[in-house]
Write a protein that binds this ligand. Structure first.
Ligand SMILES: Cc1cc2nc3c(=O)[nH]c(=O)nc-3n(C[C@H](O)[C@H](O)[C@H](O)COP(=O)(O)OP(=O)(O)OC[C@H]3O[C@@H](n4cnc5c(N)ncnc54)[C@H](O)[C@@H]3O)c2cc1C
Length: 424
């Protein structure tokens, strides 16, 4: 039997007498309030009956057995950077994975980490040894379990796939409380169910992740465009030719109602071998007078959002509602659909700190069965990362309704949803 630590649970609990029997759980008010919320703040906070704070796989087995026995919803959660309540456990047990965050062995080509570890921790541990995970999310303070449960996409995806495509092995606990190790060759069905599985097929406890050699520096080019068609055409060229290690793009609303576009192309290098600019930029149709180029350390580039996030936290918008929409567009419909959607979208629809992200994804690089992409060889990630005004439920509802309409529109062209509403 797993060893259960003593965590006092108020007695009697008003909700579920069975909870009293289990000492791994806390019903502390602050813990329940924290577990009820997420980054999105688009749903009503859903308080769990209790929060479990496991520090071992045995703890997780015990909690899962308990939840199954008492027919309680059990939902793993970590950094709660979901935007539609995906990590909430209404009237169930929230399994807070943040205490399981050890970085274990690091060798040249792999690192073994607990699922509650953040990608920032992993990078800090591997970079001094000259290695890094091939795909890092734009924001690094997301947990391994959290992003492996959705996919984990970034500007490196055009070369290396998703984070879920770079997992070598997973240790997990299945809903009946059984501990299982899985990989592409060992229990492959479970391996495929867990990656992109949104926490529904078991709890990821530990992951063995691929590492590649890391450069010391990054040259970050920002190429600017006035026209959607040339922006998309250059993105396709850059994706196909693989000129940059990192390739993303944004659409930016202008005060006069039009949109401009930019491509972020980043080439990593180790000094003094600076990348050859001619080779990287030749033949592109960007507005060359507006080209920006900056050199950063490799870590500085990967951690590029840190200063903005600190500012947004201090000024407040980080805590405002975030009705985000993350879709994949099939290449054949991308230009027309984006033109239609953007023509009806203005700065007030995405909010002051909102961002619209557009970049290409080659289907051939993605091998995670649970992440559905359009059937075309190339898809475009299309993310409207809205920031709603605080204390304005009408504005929030309008943005959420708009998201549902746009999702339908994109799906009618053969598009798919990357991060959608939970289906439980
Ligand atoms: C600022 C910001 C930037 C982002 N940037 C990117 C990006 O560049 N690329 C990208 O792909 N996504 C990005 N995302 C989305 C993010 O990857 C997902 O929301 C991710 O699920 C959040 O991880 P988390 O640790 O906060 O997980 P949580 O929100 O706590 O949980 C997310 C989901 O994972 C499940 N889960 C958590 N841990 C486990 C586990 N150990 N085992 C099984 N299931 C588990 C939960 O049940 C839930 O369904 C971003 C989000 C934010 C807020």
């Amino acid at each position: 039997m797993p060893h259960l630590r003593r965590v006092p649970v108020p007695d009697p609990t008003p909700w579920h007498p069975a909870l009293n029997q289990h000492d791994l759980l806390t019903t502390d008010d602050a813990a329940l309030t924290e577990a009820a919320d997420d980054f999105g703040r688009t749903t009503t906070p859903a308080r769990p009956l209790a929060v479990a704070r496991p520090t071992s796989a045995d703890d997780i087995s015990a909690i899962l057995r308990f939840a199954t026995k008492h027919d309680l919803l059990m939902v793993p959660q970590a950094e709660r950077h979901s935007t539609a309540g995906q990590a909430q456990a209404p009237n169930g047990i929230a399994l807070d994975m943040r205490g399981l965050n050890t970085i274990h062995d690091i060798t040249d080509d792999r690192v073994v980490v607990d699922a509650g570890a953040r990608w920032s921790q992993i990078l800090d541990a591997t970079l001094p040894l000259g290695a890094a995970p091939p795909v890092l999310t734009d924001y690094l303070d997301l947990s391994v379990g959290g992003t492996l449960s959705v996919g984990g996409i970034s500007g490196a995806t055009h070369q290396h796939g998703l984070q879920t495509d770079n997992v070598l092995e997973l240790d997990a606990v299945t809903p009946d409380g059984t501990r299982v190790t899985c990989s592409p060759t060992l229990n492959p069905d479970l391996f495929n169910a867990l990656r992109g599985g949104k926490g529904r097929h078991g709890v990821i406890v530990r992951a063995t992740l691929r590492l590649i050699p890391a450069h010391s520096h990054a040259r970050w080019f920002r190429l600017r465009y006035d026209h959607l068609a040339t922006f998309l055409a250059d993105q396709r060229t850059l994706m196909t030719e693989g000129r940059f290690h990192h390739l993303e793009g944004q659409a930016k609303p202008q005060a006069n109602g039009t949109w401009t576009y930019c491509i972020d192309g980043v080439a990593y290098f180790t000094q003094p071998d600076a990348p050859a600019e001619n080779r990287l930029l030749t033949g592109l149709a960007d507005n060359r007078d507006a080209l920006e180029a900056n050199d950063l350390t490799y870590h500085g580039f990967q951690n590029r959002l840190a200063d903005d996030v600190a500012l947004l936290r201090t000024l407040g918008p980080w805590q405002h509602p975030h009705p985000w929409l993350n879709l994949f567009l099939p290449d054949h419909a991308a230009e027309q659909t984006l033109a239609e959607i953007l023509s009806a979208l203005g700065p007030q629809d995405i909010g002051e700190s909102g961002v619209v992200i557009i970049y290409p994804v080659p289907r051939a690089r993605i091998s995670t069965p649970q992440v559905r992409l359009p059937a075309t060889p190339t898809a475009f990630l299309f993310s409207i990362l809205r920031a709603a005004p605080p204390d304005d439920p009408i504005a929030l509802r309008r943005m959420l309704e708009d998201n549902r309409t746009l999702q339908q529109q994109v799906m009618s062209t053969g598009g798919t949803v990357y991060l959608g509403e939970p289906d439980r």
